[in-house]
Design a protein around this ligand. Structure first.
Ligand code: MIG
Length: 752
């Protein structure tokens, strides 16, 4: 096998908006996207860079560069890229010359047959975070990973690869930070200093280009903001999708779906969403309903709606080979399915039996797929769950020679699920005529936040999976995916009642609160665990509904900055070594002010690390000084949840679904602290895209302990808040009565 190491640069020219550097074997291009984002793409001679599925922004037209004797320097206000010409190597520095990340001078970028690899210098104190849904610790130093989207049924907490590909990581060393996004859809590899004797880290792929974006902003928030500027941010989710979601494989008929929904209402346990898993279909044919068990989908959905429930239905990509099936015939007639190189249609088996697979890389196919959702949307479905899109087929090994248009399986596998979600999102957005669809997908690639929420696939009903799942959610947040969740209760196996209770108590604090279980597993609804536990679960779900104003504003923040709601402590406490400790690495901030410490179901006390500052326990207002570990009681009734001093958390009264108007009072809870703090409160109709035309209500709420005042800035936007009153509720202050004022759009100042 030939190892082709990048040799000396023969020529350097400006070509359009890039710098083009040629060597004997390869061409390197450099683009500047912003002062903190530089892209490098090295291709073999004569090959154009591959198209990106992730990136939605364009490079700048101009940038500063100069040729020196042995180097070329590209400089921005924030970054300096030094390109060594003999041989060709790339190194990034801060504007004032501190190294951020450098090629290994010996090996740099090279090809091993079709494999392309970049070896980089490893700094002694370097930590690595990221890659989204990956096993292992928060700090990935010393570990290696593969991206190859896989139907990882029965996965353990060390399995790799899992379902998704986010080839984006963050490096930390010498008090500095950087990000690197390797935008290559082939099977890819990341090695953060495993087996290289502490000399190198490396990443590479089985094919394609050495194409990466380097992020030089300092601080994780800024890197995440840049990454999500480049790859896009989510739109506001439908408010109902933030309520409690009840799923299972499967509620077998309309009666069962309705009975479960009814029981929530009878028991006054809030909920918004019911699911139909694969058994609602006729022979697992996508876009059909089983005529015996779901004879009147519209009738069922109307009845759900009358109880303020929405329905989400599952779809898989595999289209059953069946002459009497519309989507089969249309797909064959128009050539919409993946083929073998000789033009025959690829056949794989999944739930429906023998299937063909749509080529979601073809725009016409995406449109056709999207339009087919009328069979679900017409009777009233508003949420569309995309499963099995790694893609999965029995045997889990779709041949490499299978073609999607001009592309072969190895190039498209990691991005197939994302393109299915894209087709589903665009299609259903169109069909729902202005209402926000909810899309949930299992497989994904960088940029999927533009189309869909994610769940982490088939976990198991164990404490370790519960902790692991939280780590995945936190890590997905660092990959630009704010709307994520796990199967609460565990998909495989049966949780103990205690585990079920504990897992539900995490539910209010994950972006998506959804219970799910596999076929044949125990029933999981809140009332399956005995009266005492039912009451605890009910309280947890109620807590979710109280927090919705805070959560919705948190999603607004995600749409603006890319910051997720569930945030690893590494985002705000990057330099605090304790947060990487295996005992504390699952802890996270939920929004700006709430800190959550997941605890196993068998423990009645917990050791919690509180980072710098002061903290209050949410349930008792007991105050703690940060920068220390504390032991706190954690009975099943009380997950350790804390609020940062100065924290501002808008809440509301308990409602049974997001459709219910509530008591019209927005509660602004404030925890005392000696530093000023503010919170951006956001509201809109929760249903349509009118907010994109200014129909929203936004203001900042500021707590200023020096002036002893709380202010509400004048309202921006033309939406009329659903709350007619604002009530201030004080925590950690000398006894103070709540203050209630009438809603008003003007500047409001309240002194205390
Ligand atoms: O082969 O639709 O991860 O959530 O319940 C299993 C049935 C197919 C896998 C999904 C799971 C879903 C199940 N699906």
């Amino acid at each position: 096998m030939q190892i082709a190491i990048l040799g000396n640069a023969d020529s350097i020219t400006r070509q359009d908006n890039s710098l083009l550097i040629k060597t004997a074997q390869a061409e390197a291009r450099v683009w500047v996207y912003s002062p903190t984002i530089i892209r490098i793409c090295v291709t073999k001679n004569g090959k154009e860079p591959d198209e990106s599925f992730a990136v939605i922004e364009k490079p700048l037209d101009n940038f500063n560069w100069q040729k020196l004797t042995d180097t070329v320097e590209v400089t921005t206000s924030a970054l300096k890229l030094v390109i060594d010409l003999h041989p060709l190597r790339f190194s990034f520095f801060t504007a004032d010359g501190k190294p951020l990340s450098e090629d290994d001078p010996r090996f740099g970028i090279n090809w091993q047959a079709e494999r392309v690899v970049n070896y980089r210098k490893l700094y002694p104190d370097e930590k690595f975070l990221g890659l989204g849904e990956k096993a292992g610790d928060l700090n990935r130093r010393g570990c290696n990973y593969v991206n190859w989207n896989t139907d990882a049924a029965l996965h353990t907490i060390t399995s790799d690869p899992l379902y998704k590909t986010f080839p984006f990581f963050i490096g930390l060393h010498s008090g500095l930070s950087y990000g690197l996004f390797f935008d290559n859809t082939h099977k890819s590899y990341f090695d953060f200093g495993a087996s290289t004797d502490e000399q190198m880290s490396w990443f590479g792929a089985d094919g394609g280009d050495m194409n990466y974006y380097f992020f030089g902003a300092q601080g994780l928030r800024n890197i995440l903001e840049d990454y999500t500027w480049l790859t896009g941010r989510m739109e506001m989710p439908p408010l109902w999708s933030l309520g409690y979601q009840q799923c299972r494989w499967s509620y077998m008929n309309a009666q069962e779906v309705l009975d479960v929904a009814r029981k929530f209402r009878e028991k006054d346990i809030p909920a918004d969403v019911m699911y139909c898993d694969i058994d609602y279909m006729d022979g697992y044919k996508i876009f059909t309903w089983n005529k015996e068990t779901f004879p009147d989908p519209k009738g069922m959905i109307d009845e759900l709606k009358s109880m303020d429930f929405r329905l989400v239905t599952i779809v898989d990509p595999g289209i059953k080979i069946d002459q009497d099936y519309k989507q089969y015939k249309e797909g064959v007639d128009h050539g919409y399915f993946a083929t073998y190189p000789n033009g025959e249609l690829y056949v794989g088996s999944v739930w429906p039996g023998r299937c063909h697979f749509p080529d979601f890389f073809n725009e016409e196919v995406r449109e056709w797929w999207g339009a087919s959702f009328d069979a679900l949307a017409d009777p009233g479905v508003e949420g569309f769950w995309n499963d099995m899109n790694e893609p999965a087929a029995w045997g889990q090994n779709i041949p490499w020679m299978v073609k999607f248009g001009e592309r072969f399986m190895p190039q498209v596998r990691n991005v197939y699920g994302m393109q299915m979600a894209r087709a589903t999102y665009n299609g259903t957005k169109h069909i729902l005529k202005g209402k926000r669809p909810f899309i949930l997908t299992r497989a994904a690639y960088a940029g999927t936040q533009r189309y869909s929420a994610l769940w982490t696939g088939d976990n198991a009903a164990t404490d370790e999976h519960m902790l692991f799942g939280q780590r995945l959610v936190n890590s997905l947040g660092l990959a630009g995916m704010p709307m994520t969740g796990v199967d609460i209760g565990g998909f495989m196996g049966n949780p103990t009642p205690e585990l079920m209770v504990r897992w539900n108590s995490l539910g209010p604090y994950v972006p998506m609160f959804r219970n799910h279980a596999a076929l044949g597993m125990s029933m999981r609804e809140p009332w399956q665990w005995g009266e005492a536990y039912e009451q605890i679960i009910k309280k947890d779900i109620e807590q979710r509904y109280k927090l919705l104003p805070y959560i919705y504003s948190g999603f607004y923040q995600s749409t603006q900055t890319g910051l997720p709601l569930s945030r690893t402590l590494a985002i705000d406490y990057t330099d605090d070594e304790n947060i990487y400790d295996s005992g504390f690495q699952n802890q996270f901030l939920f929004g700006d002010s709430i800190l959550v410490a997941p605890v196993v179901s068998t423990a009645e006390t917990a050791e919690v690390y509180l980072p710098g500052g002061e903290w209050y326990r949410l349930s008792s207002d007991e105050k703690f000084v940060g920068n220390q570990t504390i032991d706190v009681p954690s009975p099943l009734t009380e997950l350790p949840v804390f609020v940062k001093a100065g924290g501002i958390v808008p809440m509301q009264n308990i409602i049974q679904s997001t459709n219910e108007p509530g008591d019209g009072i927005l509660q602004i809870h404030i925890w005392n602290g000696d530093q000023a703090n503010s919170f951006i409160y956001y509201e809109d109709d929760g249903v349509t895209y009118d907010y994109q035309q200014g129909v929203y209500y936004k203001r900042s709420i500021t707590f200023n302990p020096q002036k002893k005042e709380v202010t509400f800035s004048p309202v921006e936007g033309i939406y009329i808040s659903r709350y007619s009153k604002l009530r201030l509720i004080w925590h950690g202050f000398a006894k103070m009565p709540d203050v209630e004022v009438k809603q008003s759009n003007d500047l409001l100042t309240i002194n205390y």
